[in-house]
Design a protein around this ligand. Structure first.
Ligand code: ADP
Ligand code: MG
Length: 265
């Protein structure tokens, strides 16, 4: 499968994922999401961008099937039954007592795969994030960026067709974050999975995405979708380009409008 988010997408192409009229209320009485409509195209990188509390994590958890919508539906194309989703959380959530290999092996182990049977796939996943030489290292021996790489390898070891990331790089320093942005795009180009990426950073969403869904809070909803019409592969030169600055301006303005709408609500 080749990523084609930079090419024209046929109007009749079935979405990889579609949320229709999704509402989520919690027993506490909070309406986290109200009437979210969102179609994610196969092989695209879609970012959910919005202020804290607008329901970004709730959207991801609904997509992953960790929680159920109160109303509306979520449809997944293809291998939906196999639950082939990779999830990367803001915190790397590694088992501290286990080395990188064992952490990445976990999803395969849960499917009943022995260490020996899983070895090739685990090592491929670790190599993919540049950590082939750190298979025996424990989380405490790794930097924050390396721990996040292990977490990404663990999410990708099952070769999911959909990768969900919830503010994965928010806790990292800027240089490490830029590097991991590039590494994520490289993995995506190599494997062609669909990405839904949650962030509150305009700059990060523009750098990574083929489209950005801008969200507002109270209640959480998608207020605008922007297309970032810049071909892949993207490199650091894009960060300093006129085009990038223009996309960032447009995206910031959309976000400001979303937040104004919220205050008015
Ligand atoms: P974001 O990820 O954009 O910061 P969340 O999806 O975490 O936003 O939360 C959206 C809203 O739903 C917030 O008001 C939050 O307090 C509320 N919320 C999220 N999870 C729960 C829960 N399990 N129980 C009650 N309220 C929740
Ligand atoms: Mg969140």
């Amino acid at each position: 499968m080749t990523p084609h988010a930079d090419g024209p997408i046929g109007a009749r192409e079935a979405p990889a994922l579609a949320l229709r009229g999704v509402t989520k209320s919690f027993p506490s009485g909070t309406t986290a999401l109200a009437g979210v409509d969102l179609a994610v195209r196969p092989g695209e990188v879609l970012s959910l961008l919005g202020p804290s509390g607008c329901g970004k994590s709730t959207v991801l958890r609904l997509i992953a099937g960790l929680i159920e919508p109160t109303a509306g539906s979520i449809e997944r194309a293809g291998r939906a039954e196999e639950r082939d989703i990779g999830f990367v959380f803001q915190e790397p959530t590694l088992m501290p007592w286990a080395n990188a290999f064992t952490n990445v092996w976990l999803p395969l182990r849960l499917k009943g795969m022995s260490k020996r049977a899983a070895e090739e796939r685990v090592m491929t996943a670790l190599s993919g994030v540049g950590l082939a030489d750190f298979a025996n290292a424990y989380p405490r021996e790794l930097s924050g960026g390396m721990r996040m790489r292990v977490s990404i390898a663990r999410a990708l070891v099952t070769e999911p067709s959909l990768l969900l990331l919830d503010e994965p790089f928010a806790a990292l320093d800027e240089i490490t974050r830029f590097k991991l942005n590039n590494d994520l795009l490289e993995l995506w180009q190599r494997h062609g999975f669909t990405v839904v990426f949650v962030t509150h950073s305009v700059f990060e969403s523009v750098y990574l995405s083929s489209r950005i869904a801008v969200m507002a809070a109270r209640p959480g909803r998608v207020v605008r979708t922007l297309r970032i019409d810049e071909p892949y592969p993207r490199h650091d030169a894009f960060r300093t380009s006129e085009a990038y600055a223009g996309f960032c301006r447009e995206t910031s303005a959309a976000l400001a409008m979303a937040m104004d709408a919220e205050e008015a609500a």
